[in-house]
Write a protein that binds this ligand. Sequence first.
Ligand code: UDP
Length: 374
Amino acid sequence: MRKKKILFLLSDTGGGHRASAMAISEAIETLYPGRYEILIEDVWKRHMPSPISRFPDAYGWITGPGMPIWAVLWKLTYYRKIQRLMFASFAPLVKNSVAAFMRKEQPDLVVSVHPLMNHLGLQWCESAGLNVPFITVVTDMVTLHSSWICPEVDRCLVPTEKARMLALELGMPKERLAVHGQPVGLKFNAIGSDKKKHRQQLGINPDTPTILIVGGGEGTGQIYRIARRIAKTIPYGQMLVVTGRNQRLRARMDAVAWSIPTQVYGFVDNMPELMGAADLLVTKAGPGTISEAFITGLPLILSGYIRGQEAGNVAYVKEHRAGAYAATTRGLTTLARDWLDASNPILQELARNASLLARPNASLDIATDICKLV
Ligand code: UDP
């Protein structure tokens, strides 16, 4: 019997979209082993003509040093009229190629995990002559961009109640909207609270306070500056630093003779273990990373956020007292030092609050919802 085919549409901007698609795929395979064939297609990279196909490579820059430009683009394209113009200018560039791909693959269901793949995704299905269910899984936690919401899709699954309210405001019909949480890999659920064990497995000191520093898939934020300052301010600690796809940062970090034990990684595939080993996470306000921290009960200090889509995440973390936002590197390291003080009970309190926000079954619930429509 032919396996049913599920096609995920995304663009690799940051690490969160692919991580979400993979988490949902993993959950589908766990719930229905061998029943579905999963395809994950980076539409922008594989179907746009060059050099436009390389635009996503600039995402790290535009959401890092180029943030003011990003903030303007985000706001402008929030307006439906401008958004329609944007889609109309992209559409002809990819339409034939994506439609041909879809005709060849004949998916039984299409899932978009990217804001640019919803309105266009439906058009591609139509061009390919496909009449199959189309689902949007929103991976922005609170302040989602309006382009996520395309009221014509069959289902729209969002991570939080706040995102649901905004989706309603943006015109998504109530009966096709559901809150399941942020899709996160199932491995995070199994990580447990034995930090010493994870530290031993990573080959670091099991008894030393451990700070994990992350900047999303692109390794953005002031990671270098923060790590330098932590090394000075918390001389009794150790650091795990994930530089993601940012090779320049990796080289810069590798060149330092660190005064405290420091492991520098590139793009890792063992984030659950790294979180399991840490006492504290310092990160930009990426929804994927934050949700993973909630599941592992890891308190966090947000060192920055991408203007627009991550602004609401900062308020969300603060409101629920799962962590804090530090506007300056000095403020961040002072806070980290206070929290790591053995006599301060706050880390445990924050860890409990983080756990309360966890939706460990999000990927499984999303997978169930999706597969009902195939
Ligand atoms: N991630 C990873 N390896 C890395 C860096 C990041 O697996 O080296 C994952 C991280 O665990 C999370 C995602 O990439 O699932 C980042 O998503 P987030 O929403 O936090 O930020 P984005 O990169 O999308 O801006």
